[in-house]
Design a protein around this ligand. Structure first.
Ligand SMILES: Nc1ncnc2c1ncn2[C@@H]1O[C@H](COP(=O)(O)OP(=O)(O)O)[C@@H](O)[C@H]1O
Ligand SMILES: [Mg+2]
Ligand SMILES: [Zn+2]
Length: 249
């Protein structure tokens, strides 16, 4: 992308993410890199988003700090995750021309969120866009419960808006589906309905979802119903990460 082309993609939303205090870009949001083109012996200048924008963008997309550096180059591969690794490698090579999303299953600490974050990081870096989101289902439920307790209607309205934004994006990761305790009352039916609407919107628009879970397909079906699981099944390939928690390693 040339400098002019890149600057034309900088939306006010991205520009708000930069700061004059950034020494690399002086608040412009981009830096110029020299790239040597294959088969040519000269270098061309291309504009790339500055690191300050990349980090703030990932935060706005819902990636926690711990997962902002996940990428293929840092990804440790062994027998327990080699299947999922080759699947995400192929996915990223093809992105955005991908047909299926991925349902990543595995026990606690096996690297499900790490894997999903790798996909999001690589995809947004490759396309230099911000059309991706990561939502944690247990966290979403906690937020909803908090609005019920405090009757903070405004917060709930803001969340409704946030979900509308999610329904517009290209790539969505639903992290930890099924890990939450869905007690009736406490926003259970709200979250069930919202998740259905989100997934249905991705299904209708033929956009990509990544789902991580430590439940079985049957558990998800019991918790969220066939209409949710049917769509997930139709939109994803299933991969399992085996082995013990990597947090202990
Ligand atoms: N493929 C990997 N390469 C390097 N580190 C990993 C990998 N998978 C997991 N980890 C490490 O293990 C920790 C737990 O992974 P995480 O994705 O949070 O587990 P899960 O979401 O399955 O509970 C991560 O914080 C990371 O440090
Ligand atoms: Mg996780
Ligand atoms: Zn900067």
């Amino acid at each position: 992308m040339t400098k002019e082309q890149y600057i034309s993609t900088l939306t006010p939303e991205i520009l708000r993410l930069t700061t004059d205090a950034c020494k690399s870009c002086n608040g412009s949001g981009y830096t110029i890199v020299k790239i040597k083109e294959e088969n040519y012996d000269y270098e061309t200048e291309k504009a790339r988003e500055c690191e300050c924008v990349r980090i703030r963008k990932l935060k706005a997309m819902g990636l926690e700090e711990r997962y902002q550096e996940c990428c293929l180059a840092n990804y440790n591969v062994d027998d327990s995750n080699k299947d999922v690794y080759s699947t995400i490698k192929l996915f990223i090579d093809k992105y955005p021309n991908v047909k299926n999303g991925i349902l990543i299953m595995g026990g606690c600490g096996t690297g499900k969120t790490y894997t999903a974050a790798t996909i999001i990081n690589e995809a947004v870096w490759k396309t230099q866009t911000s059309h991706a989101r990561m939502i944690s289902v247990p966290k979403l439920l906690e937020e909803i419960k908090a609005t019920y307790d405090s009757k903070a209607k405004r917060k709930l309205r803001e969340m409704e808006f946030d979900l509308t934004e999610i329904e517009k994006c290209e790539l969505l990761c639903i992290d930890d589906l099924g890990a939450e305790h869905l007690k009736e009352g406490d926003g259970a039916s709200w979250i069930r309905e919202k998740l259905f609407l989100i997934i249905d919107s991705f299904w209708n628009r033929k956009k990509t979802i990544i789902v991580t879970t430590n439940c079985t397909v049957k558990d998800i079906e019991d918790k969220y119903g066939d209409r949710v699981m049917d769509r997930i099944r139709g939109m994803t390939v299933q991969r399992v990460i085996t082995g013990k928690s990597r947090r202990m390693l």
